[in-house]
Unconditional design. Structure first.
Length: 396
């Protein structure tokens, strides 16, 4: 099949895990014998350091507002429909333009990958950081946009032929908003090349057990973009309540719009002695932190969300502490301890519990590989399933 991937950008330097997963899907589809082409629609944001094994066409949608962006998506689909057997789109960006294309007779079937929330949904925040006040006009505008996307956009997006979601929780969130995928939907997880990470870093199921500490300090680790809702605030507040802080050191990696607030919170809570803030680091440096970490903690995220950072921790066999319920618990299952959502007292007790229990850490590490071996996290198999589903819609 000739598969044209319509994606926002390919920035391999500073973008998050979504670029890593779309790149893996593209490469795997090519390995399965398909002819793949990638079209980036905001190409001014591309950062491609090395030659890629697939063709990239750079388009630039200059519009900044919803309707203009969807019109740009529609034009791109029409422009390339004579060269494609199927389009694969970033669902959260292109769903309305793609639905419009199919509704008025666009000839090529469309597959949507849904790995992000919609902008019209209530945006996730860092609940312990000061939030900017929103004026009345913007509040009204957001409510109007929410209504339009739910009641007009969702029926339009429903014209897409196949829907791939990164988790059951993500699928439910879209379906609760009105995107009814039914038999046209499937869950493929967050497809990144776990096997490659394990092989390149010479990890095996015993790696963590062999370095598991019986002596302090225990290293707690989290790294992500320092942006709203990522949980740096909850983690610091919880760690501040740990009674035996001298038994721990906390490494918080990353940079972003809330970096100054993270740094100030460390000072305000008097945690400078225990907390290290290395800033943004390369992927190679990041993986060294995972190899040294004793416990991974992602203290917050929107309930349907999943986490590439968590998948990295699981690949390295690092036991986790996570908020219970939602996408993170679906990903980790028995490889983590869970605390009550945004309950910093409960988080502190879980840190104390896992930090002091050598055998529990070893068992949770083992469970990382049990979980990664299950079919719904077998990303090669899930992409093969996606490929077979695409073949069926192309034939019809």
């Amino acid at each position: 099949m000739r598969i044209f991937f319509i994606t926002s950008k390919l920035n391999f330097q500073t973008s998050g895990g979504s670029i890593e997963e779309i790149d893996f899907i593209i490469k795997t589809m090519a390995d399965l014998g398909n002819e793949v082409t990638v079209i980036t629609v905001f190409s001014y944001m591309n950062y491609i350091q090395a030659a890629l094994p697939y063709k990239v066409i750079e388009e630039n949608i200059t519009a900044k507002r919803l309707l203009g962006i969807q019109a740009g998506i529609f034009k791109i689909l029409k422009k390339y429909e004579g060269r494609a057997d199927v389009f694969h789109i970033d669902g959260h960006i292109a769903l309305y333009g793609a639905g419009w294309y199919r509704m008025i007779g666009g000839k090529v079937p469309v597959v949507g990958l849904f790995n992000q929330f919609l902008i019209c949904w209530p945006q996730w925040i860092s609940s312990l950081f000061k939030q900017p006040k929103q004026n009345l006009f913007n509040k009204i505008k957001l409510k109007v946009r929410w209504w339009l996307e739910k009641h007009i956009g969702m029926p339009l997006a429903g014209k897409i032929d196949l829907f791939a979601f990164v988790s059951p929780t993500m699928r439910k969130m879209y379906e609760d908003f009105g995107l009814h995928s039914g038999e046209r939907g499937l869950v493929i997880g967050d497809p990144i090349n776990i096997k490659k990470i394990i092989a390149e870093n010479k990890i095996n199921v015993d790696s963590y057990r062999l370095r598991n500490k019986k002596a302090e300090p225990v290293t707690l680790f989290f790294s992500s973009r320092m942006s709203p809702g990522k949980g740096f605030d909850i983690l610091l507040a919880g760690f501040a309540k740990v009674r035996n802080k001298k038994n721990f050191r906390l490494i918080l990696g990353g940079a972003g719009p809330e970096e100054s607030q993270v740094k100030q919170m460390v000072i305000d809570l008097g945690l400078q002695e225990y907390v290290t803030l290395p800033g943004w680091v390369t992927k190679e440096h990041l993986f060294r932190y995972y190899q040294e970490a004793d416990i991974f903690i992602q203290a917050d995220w929107w309930p349907a969300g999943t986490s590439i950072s968590l998948l990295y921790a699981m690949a390295f066999g690092v036991p986790s502490i996570l908020p219970g319920g939602g996408g993170l618990q679906w990903q980790a299952k028995n490889s983590a301890l869970y605390f009550k959502y945004r309950d910093t007292d409960d988080l502190a007790r879980k840190i104390e519990q896992l930090g002091s229990d050598y055998e529990l850490r070893a068992e949770l590490s083992r469970q990382c590989y049990v979980r990664l071996s299950e079919d719904d996290l077998n990303y090669r198999k899930k992409i093969e399933e996606l490929c077979e589903r695409i073949k069926k819609i192309v034939k019809t």
